[in-house]
Design a protein around this ligand. Structure first.
Ligand code: C2E
Ligand code: MG
Ligand code: MG
Ligand code: MG
Length: 281
């Protein structure tokens, strides 16, 4: 069986190498089966304005283990990236989100934007643009209601090719946000030149925002940078009321985290769209 880069990206200590490689193999096999037999599921985590209006959702992938329940993406996405499976999986997530969006929409529910995480590898692939266009065209999902979350690494890698695809997608109306902002490296010039609408402040900054000598000033600087570039800010991982209060005082635009809602299975979303989107469309 061919595997693009074997296990050599792992940096486990030597006596853990074989079990890590075995786990990666198991996961890879499980993902291949899941793609064929429907073992993946998309969860949705609501995002809110400060007044409690549901204004968007983030699509978060889950993998069902045949025996031991659900596996979270931090475990399987790296294996998917290493094995090339991230391409079909990423394509499936986009198609599934578009299908789900249209199902809710056709049921008469209010429409909100859905954010999809995109791996750098998907963007490197020359036909990412074409795939997104086809998914939108075939499903009928409006481009304006699709948001693609990219990481700082994505934005900084192969900048010319990625910038071209981002600009074409943005011209169609697709939104872009930078995920986990502040944890990677990005040049301000690139941030400024790319069609980015939103910065998502990483959870690690939100976590320590109320501490003495914590991350308050960093979050304040990110908000000021974003707003002066005409971008919005989403705070990720808001778990406590005191964090929410500080973020509101700093004029953060959108809030996401366990304080408001866990990621939910699709079936739990319609009542929220019914009751929490007053004023949207
Ligand atoms: P992310 O895009 O930064 O997503 C936010 C993660 O934080 C999610 O973890 C979410 O469940 C979790 N989270 C949300 N609110 C809170 C909170 O208040 N406290 C804490 N402690 N955590 C919170 P999840 O679902 O396990 O996903 C982890 C990462 O996996 C994502 O981080 C994203 O980078 C990646 N991922 C998820 N779905 C996909 C996908 O479809 N494609 C790709 N390429 N990556 C994905
Ligand atoms: Mg994300
Ligand atoms: Mg994030
Ligand atoms: Mg993350």
């Amino acid at each position: 069986r061919s595997k693009k880069s074997g296990g050599n990206r792992f940096t486990f200590v030597s006596d853990e190498i074989s079990s890590a490689a075995a786990e990666a193999n198991d996961l890879e096999l499980m993902m291949r089966t899941a793609l064929k037999e429907g073992g993946f599921e998309v969860y949705y985590q609501p995002q809110y304005l400060e007044d409690g209006t549901l204004c968007g959702m983030e699509a978060l992938l889950r993998l069902h283990h045949p025996r031991s329940g659900m596996i979270l993406p931090d475990r399987f996405i790296p294996v998917a990236e290493d094995s090339g499976l991230i391409m079909p999986i990423g394509n499936w997530v986009l198609e599934e989100v578009a299908r789900q969006f249209m199902a809710w929409s056709q049921a008469g529910l209010p429409q909100v934007r859905i954010a999809v995480n995109v791996s750098p590898l998907q963007f490197m692939h020359s036909d990412f643009l074409g795939h997104v266009q086809r998914v939108l065209a075939r499903s009928g999902m409006p481009a304006e209601l699709l948001e693609l979350e990219v990481t700082e690494t994505t934005v900084m890698r192969n900048i010319e090719e990625i910038a071209r695809q981002m600009r074409e997608l943005a011209a169609l109306g697709v939104h872009f946000s930078v995920d986990d902002f502040g944890t990677g490296y990005s040049s301000l010039r690139h941030l400024h030149q790319l069609p980015i609408k939103t910065l998502k402040v990483d959870r690690s900054f939100v976590e320590r925002i109320t501490e003495t000598n914590g991350t308050y000033s960093i979050v304040q600087a990110i908000l000021s940078l974003a707003h002066s570039l005409g971008m919005q800010v989403v705070a990720e991982g808001v778990e406590r009321k005191d964090q929410f209060e500080v973020l509101k005082a700093l004029q953060c635009d959108v809030f996401q985290g366990y304080l408001f809602s866990y990621p939910l299975e699709a079936g739990a979303i319609p009542p929220l769209l019914e009751t929490q989107t007053a004023g949207i469309r």
